[in-house]
Ligand binder design. Sequence first.
Ligand SMILES: Cc1cc2nc3c(=O)[nH]c(=O)nc-3n(C[C@H](O)[C@H](O)[C@H](O)COP(=O)(O)OP(=O)(O)OC[C@H]3O[C@@H](n4cnc5c(N)ncnc54)[C@H](O)[C@@H]3O)c2cc1C
Length: 533
Amino acid sequence: MKQFDFLVLGSGIAGLTFALKVATRGRVAIITKKNRADSNTNWAQGGIAAVTSKEDSVEMHVRDTLTAGAGLCREAVVREIVSEGPARIQELIELGTHFTEREVPNAPGRHELDLTKEGGHSKRRVLHAKDATGAEIERALLEAIARAPNIEVFENHFAIDLITAHKLGRADGNRCLGVYVFDNETGRVETFVAPVTLLATGGCGKVYLYTTNPDIATGDGVAMAYRAGAPIANMEFIQFHPTCLFHPRERTLLITEAVRGEGGRLLGADRQRFMHRYDPRLELAPRDVVARAIDSEMKRTGADNVWLDISHQPAAFITSHFPTIHERLLRLGIDMTREPIPVVPAAHYQCGGVVTNVDGETEIAGLYAVGEVACTGLHGANRLASNSLLEALVCSHRAARKVLAADWPKLQRDIPLWQSGHADDPDELVVVAHNWDEIRRLMWDYVGIVRTVKRLQRAQKRLANLQEEIQQYYWDFIVTADLLELRNIATVAGLIVQCALTRRESRGLHYLLDQPDPDPAWAQRDTVLRKAG
Ligand SMILES: Cc1cc2nc3c(=O)[nH]c(=O)nc-3n(C[C@H](O)[C@H](O)[C@H](O)COP(=O)(O)OP(=O)(O)OC[C@H]3O[C@@H](n4cnc5c(N)ncnc54)[C@H](O)[C@@H]3O)c2cc1C
């Protein structure tokens, strides 16, 4: 058994920020299922939203967030996160994060932050590090982690399940006592215990066939919290990024929103602009509007993709603003300075998650959740671009502050060891791969950008069968990372469908053809699910 003061599950912006802050007061284990930099954070391109210019204000950022959230944001939470953003950004800069700067106009030699604009923002307020903002933040945080004496990072360690007082049959209120962890190198399951556990496991893009997310994004944190009895909310709100590269060899290259922010135009199969038919804000309409417009355009014309064209801008402007995308596209034979880029929408961001307050507290004592895994009320029915890194940064700071101010209970040492199945039949393992594919395709086909009750019900039925089958495997077979992820994507897919079937209206990212308008009775009402029993 491994004993720590703090367990941090995940090494993206949320987990690393929290770990650095609590390490001043105790020993921290960061448990991460692949290499430490494998995270959605490392892939974030566009930037992080915060009020840092004189032309901008907290009120304007709050208003833009509420507008995108389509009536479901919690205004007090939005205000707290937006107000605290600038101070947390300053800390990131002091930690060594280099955001892109520009020369101040009419003041040669003086520099200021180069702010960019994305869909839904009324001002330029997105700080960025060229087009690889997340990688720069992750680099700075990981370097700080390497310098911190109290932090041990466990790579290739997969958190399987939370250990709670309820699960152990201890009646004194539900409390998180630690976590069972699968060591991918030894194949053994280890027991980690601590008075405080942070879930910072990110989102669930891999539940869908097409996604911008890296392989780690299998919704493990939501599935674990659900199994432990924590409420999960608003999983129907999955943001589809409108512009993911459409290419047979490269399926997850996101073409940042900033390309549209800097003048990129969407073209249909006939190479003509089409956004004027859908929204007066054209290419800068919020993501859900643009994604639905593209979906509709593709269905209308039968095309496999649409096109994103920024080739009218000077080549030097394009290569300096989007060096990473430009280079990756060139490797695939696409020169974005001269030709349009083929794009499709893809699952991108999970707005719902484990219910928390703005300090990351869940309903289970000792269990905190921060970042994409959590549902604080900031995003409501739709996330404003670049607000997610902001939320992770602010809430991990607040969670650390809360934890450090609390009295921790005594460590529980009498925890039973993990019990695993023993079967290991390679033929049967093919079924795992098959079920993975089946879930991702059925979610894409039946629970995508535009939904109907009939298709959702079909998905629910099929998922129930798959879940039963997977559960059987889970108990019989030796655990593997693939099997653990399969169990989690099946759980999370089920939660998305159940939330989507509960919300009989269209709002933000949830678009139901049967009820295409918002229902005022559902404004400010979350869809909350909790495991029975
Ligand atoms: C391509 C792309 C571009 C994006 N661009 C932007 C942007 O410009 N601006 C913005 O604000 N947001 C952007 N986002 C969203 C943003 O990157 C994420 O919401 C944010 O980084 C989430 O941070 P996190 O710390 O919560 O999770 P992540 O950064 O995803 O980290 C999750 C961590 O948990 C680990 N983990 C997961 N499950 C387990 C388990 N069972 N056991 C152990 N470890 C586990 C993972 O390995 C990983 O280390 C983008 C996302 C993508 C995919």
